[in-house]
Design a protein around this ligand. Sequence first.
Ligand SMILES: O=C(CO)[C@H](O)[C@H](O)COP(=O)(O)O
Length: 253
Amino acid sequence: MMLKTWIRKSVTRQMTTIGNKVEAAKMAAAFRAVDENLKPNDRIIGIGSGSTVVHVAERIGQSSNKDSFTCIATGFQSKELIISNGLRLGSIEQFPKVDIAFDGADEVDSKLNLIKGGGACLFQEKLVASAASKFVVVADYRKKSPSTLGVQWTKGVPIEIVPNSYAKVTRDLQEMGAKSVILRQGGSAKAGPVVTDNNNFLIDADFGAIEDAEKLHSSIKQLVGVVEVGLFIQMADQSYFGEESGEVSIWSK
Ligand SMILES: O=C(CO)[C@H](O)[C@H](O)COP(=O)(O)O
């Protein structure tokens, strides 16, 4: 085989192995989190967004008592997951008290503070998590922070804002010391900014390693124009991490 072809094949194989490992880790975390936390008397279940939660919905969809509970979505993708897994869909307006919510995260610190919103669904995710008696995070090994938030997830804190406030909130965040403030763009699939499920815009504000996540959260939250901040402070009860080894590790409050 020509050297170039061999290198290309070997790199592709390596990437596939890494991809499979991450996917297997997500699945292991999700299945274990559901198996250990979903109780027969849970009636209202929150389903988050992202690629790890796909496995949560799949596992919940395998329950034999599907008719006895209702699932609350955190956005469009989540709604589709609930429906496609044969689960009953309800709304947070009908059920403002949620028994348990499962969701992914972009970064988790040892106090179970989270960065969320990488998938642009942070407002509804926080709404459902805040209504839940128990909030369980599912993630792969890449999401663990070695110290503070902002170390592992370096794309910035996602912030949902009312569209016409973007220039003013950008200035506010710069004045607060953000190293970069980016209005998230739709990429090749959309000219212009990402529009959230709530018809808002998203800003990613990079504050580097966040020493005091609670303080930063309250400061951003106070800015006029901000709908919600992708810092989830002391909301999660447990976090399940699928490890590279195939094991699952659990961080609890
Ligand atoms: O906050 C989120 C979406 O807004 C997701 O939960 C977060 O991005 C994790 O996603 P994934 O499971 O795909 O890594």
